[in-house]
Write a protein that binds this ligand. Sequence first.
Ligand code: 5GP
Ligand code: 5GP
Ligand code: 5GP
Length: 207
Amino acid sequence: LLCASQDFDFFYFVQQWPGSYCDTKQSCCYPTTGKPAADFGIHGLWPNYNNGNYPSNCDSGNPFNQKISDLMSSLQKNWPTLACPSGDGNKFWSHEWEKHGTCSESELDQHDYFEASLKLKEKANLLQVLKNAGIKPDDEFYELDSIEEAIKDAIGYTPGIECNVDGSRNSQLYQIYLCVDTSASEFIECPMLPKGRCASRVQFPKF
Ligand code: 5GP
Ligand code: 5GP
Ligand code: 5GP
């Protein structure tokens, strides 16, 4: 397309709470590198359109090439895979790059894409933000509004909160979406919030 310098409008930066991935009926598997820390982990950095649609799998000619060895230990710590069977993370990172990262390759090459994601996680510092507001992973229930408010107060923008259900059908905090500008450096107000499927009070499980 003539003059299209980038073919998406913003990113969702999505982090997952490992306790909520693992305590579902489907369960989880720890990475071969060991049990992750009790912290949010990166799920992905997803190019999106303002209308809620999103591009995917944009360039099969640009597969995951693992030229990110300098980021490897940080990726293992901050972007751990919890799917079964256990893996070292490369399959998850490869999936995220190929499905999502190739759709922002006009802005970020592979190394930039993973590096930017790691920086965004550090910048958001979500677990600390929630703890500062008295919201911690202790199996207690918290008002959804108070979770949103704590993040909005600290980061400046309303997050999207996604819940799933545990084995006892409790609604629990699963993923947090922050919106990011197309250069993947600044948080922005979300043009569109994802549908979250949360109850008004949600559990924050231990991990
Ligand atoms: P789910 O159906 O579990 O919500 O999402 C499955 C996958 O679809 C996600 O892991 C992600 O790859 C993609 N996806 C879901 N919602 C969105 C969205 O709003 N934007 C983008 N870019 N991808 C999404
Ligand atoms: P999505 O398409 O939802 O972005 O990517 C999710 C895919 O990555 C699924 O195929 C899932 O099996 C795989 N995957 C590997 N590790 C993880 C993980 O820790 N969390 C999630 N949500 N998906 C993972
Ligand atoms: P995918 O089919 O893309 O691997 O994953 C589809 C959905 O199932 C993802 O959104 C992810 O959250 C979930 N999922 C995939 N593998 C696992 C797993 O091993 N354990 C759990 N708890 N969820 C999974």
